[in-house]
Design a protein around this ligand. Structure first.
Ligand code: GLU
Length: 461
C-alpha cells in the first residue's frame, strides 16, 4: 500500500482558528498513525487578502501545539509558474479555452437566467469558439467540464457523493490577468504533492467536483476525500467568536495547555470507545479516519476547561513554573512552589486563573470579607493574639510542623480547630475559600503571616 500523505492547507487571512486546527489534527493523525507524511501548504494566492503575519501566526500555532509537519512549508504564491504551465497544457490539449465574454454579456446572461428562474451559470458560449477573438477583451481561461453524466466519489465521512455533471459549469481556471483560481491550484498542488488523502471541512464539499474535473483533465490520481462536519456552538449555529471560540494563540494567552486543546479538538468529531482523555501518543495509537463522525459536534466550553485542568494537574511543578513565567509568576523555592502549586492545581482550570490565585495569595488582603468579619469578637482577638505568641516559639518550616503547631495550639487552648482555621483564613486571605491554612502559613512564612494576623487583630474592636 502506498504511503498516506495528507496536508493542511490554510489560507492565511487571519489567525489559525481552532476549527482549522481540528482539521489539521485529523490530517496529522491520519498520516502519522500510518507512518505517513503530513504537509503544510499555505494558500496565499490571494495577495490582497493574505498577510505574512497571518502565515507566521499559523506556523507559530503549529509549533506551539506540537504538530510537526514534514518537509518544507509549500507556499502557493511561489508556484505560479507551475500553475501557468498546467493552464497552457490544458489549452494546448483543448481541455480548456479562452473565454472572451464581456462584463455586459455576463450581466445580460445573468438577467436572462434570473427571468427564467434558472440558476445563474455560464452557458459555454466560448467553449468551441472558432471566430476571431475580440481585441478589447483580456480573456479568462475556462476548463471544459463534462457536459453530462455524473461526478462521484466515495467520501470517507459522508459515504457516496454523487453530483450531476450539469451542476458543474466550465469554471474559470485563470483570471484575465493570468492568475490561477482556487479550485484549480488546490487540485494541482494536492496532485503534485502526492496527497493521497484530503481531510477538510465540509464547507469545501461543493468544491470537490470541480477539483475532480481538474484531476481528470490532467490525468492525476484522485485522492480520497474526507469532509468533516463543521463544529457548532451550543446553540446549533456554526461555531464563532460569539460562542467563546478563539484563535489558537489566544487560547495560549488565556492559559490553556496545548495538550488540552488537542484533546478537546480530537473529540469534536471523533471518538474511541467511551474515552475522553487522549494525549498525542494515545491519539496516534487509536485514531482511525474511518471513525470520523458524520454528524456535527458541538463546542463545550466546560469540557474544554475540565480537560485543561486535567492537563494542568498532569504537568510537573517545575514545568508549570516555566509556563507561569508568561503570566508574571516568578521563581519560588522548591518547597514553597510544590506546596503552593499542589494546592492551586486542584483549584484552577487555566494558567491564567492559576497565576491570579498565586498573586492573590501574596498580596495582603486589602479588606476583610464582611460576613466573616461580622463574626469576629473579642474572643477572636484573644485567640489570634495567643496564636501570634504561640508561633513565635514554634517552627513553621515544614507543612508537617505547621499542622502539628495548629493542633497543639487548639488543644492547649481548648478551642475547635475549625474556629481557629476560620479566623486565620480571614486574617491571611481575607475571604472564604482558597488554599489550605497550613499551606498558606507555609508559603507566606512566619513574618508575613504574623503581619497579616496583627492587621486583623487591630481591626477588631
Ligand atoms: N485554503 C482552504 C481554507 O483555508 C482549504 C483548502 C482545502 O483544504 O482544500 O479553507
Amino acid at each position: 500500500m502506498s504511503k498516506v500523505i495528507t496536508r493542511f492547507a490554510p489560507s492565511p487571512t487571519g489567525h489559525l482558528h481552532i476549527g482549522g486546527l481540528r482539521t489539521a489534527l485529523f490530517s496529522y493523525l491520519h498520516a502519522k498513525s500510518k507512518n505517513g507524511k503530513f504537509c503544510l501548504r499555505i494558500e496565499d494566492t490571494d495577495m490582497a487578502r493574505n498577510s505574512q503575519e497571518a502565515t507566521k501566526a499559523i506556523i507559530e500555532a503549529f509549533d506551539w501545539v506540537g504538530l510537526q509537519y514534514d518537509g518544507e512549508v509549500i507556499y502557493q504564491s511561489q508556484r505560479f509558474d507551475i500553475y501557468k504551465k498546467y493552464i497552457q497544457q490544458l489549452l494546448d490539449e483543448n481541455k480548456a479555452y479562452y473565454c472572451y465574454m464581456s462584463k455586459e454579456e455576463l450581466d445580460s446572461l445573468r438577467k436572462e437566467q434570473e427571468a427564467k428562474k434558472q440558476t445563474p451559470r455560464y452557458d459555454n458560449r466560448y467553449r468551441d469558439f472558432q471566430g476571431t477573438p475580440p481585441s478589447n477583451i483580456s480573456p479568462v481561461v475556462r476548463i471544459k467540464a463534462p457536459l453530462n453524466g455524473i461526478i462521484e466519489f466515495e467520501d470517507g465521512v459522508k459515504g457516496k457523493m454523487v453530483f450531476q455533471a450539469s451542476e458543474v459549469d466550465d469554471f474559470i481556471i485563470a483570471r484575465s490577468d493570468g492568475s490561477p483560481t482556487y479550485n484549480f491550484v488546490v487540485a494541482i498542488d494536492d496532485a503534485l504533492m502526492g496527497i493521497t488523502d484530503v481531510i477538510r471541512g465540509d464547507d469545501h464539499l461543493s468544491n470537490t467536483p470541480k477539483q475532480i474535473v481538474v484531476y481528470n483533465a490532467l490525468g492525476f490520481k484522485i485522492p480520497k476525500f474526507y469532509h468533516v462536519p463543521m463544529i457548532l456552538g451550543p446553540d446549533g449555529t456554526k461555531l464563532s467568536k460569539r460562542h467563546g471560540a478563539m484563535g489558537v494563540m489566544e487560547y495560549k494567552d488565556a492559559g490553556y495547555l496545548p495538550q488540552a486543546i488537542l484533546n478537546f479538538l480530537v473529540r469534536l468529531g471523533w471518538s474511541y470507545q467511551n474515552e475522553e482523555i487522549f494525549d498525542l501518543k494515545d491519539m496516534l495509537e487509536k485514531f482511525d479516519a474511518n471513525d470520523l463522525n458524520s454528524s456535527p459536534s458541538s463546542y463545550n466550553q466546560e469540557k474544554f476547561l475540565w480537560l485543561n485542568q486535567h492537563y494542568i494537574k498532569q504537568t510537573p511543578n517545575e514545568e508549570l513554573e516555566i509556563l507561569l513565567k508568561d503570566f508574571g509568576i516568578h521563581h519560588f523555592q522548591k518547597d514553597t512552589r510544590d506546596v503552593l502549586f499542589n494546592e492551586i492545581k486542584n483549584r484552577s482550570q487555566t494558567l491564567l486563573e492559576f497565576s491570579n490565585q498565586i498573586k492573590a495569595i501574596f498580596e495582603a488582603p486589602k479588606e476583610f470579607d464582611s460576613k466573616m468579619f461580622a463574626k469576629c469578637d473579642l474572643q477572636t482577638k484573644e485567640i489570634l493574639k495567643d496564636f501570634l505568641c504561640f508561633i513565635e516559639s514554634h517552627n513553621l518550616d515544614s507543612l508537617k510542623t505547621i499542622q502539628e503547631t495548629l493542633y497543639s495550639f487548639t488543644e492547649n487552648k481548648n478551642i475547635k480547630i475549625g474556629t481557629l482555621m476560620q479566623n486565620l483564613r480571614l486574617a491571611l486571605l481575607g475571604k472564604p475559600g482558597g488554599i489550605g491554612i497550613a499551606e498558606t502559613l507555609f508559603v507566606l512564612e512566619k513574618q508575613e503571616s504574623a503581619n497579616r494576623i496583627k492587621k486583623l487583630i487591630d481591626s477588631i474592636h
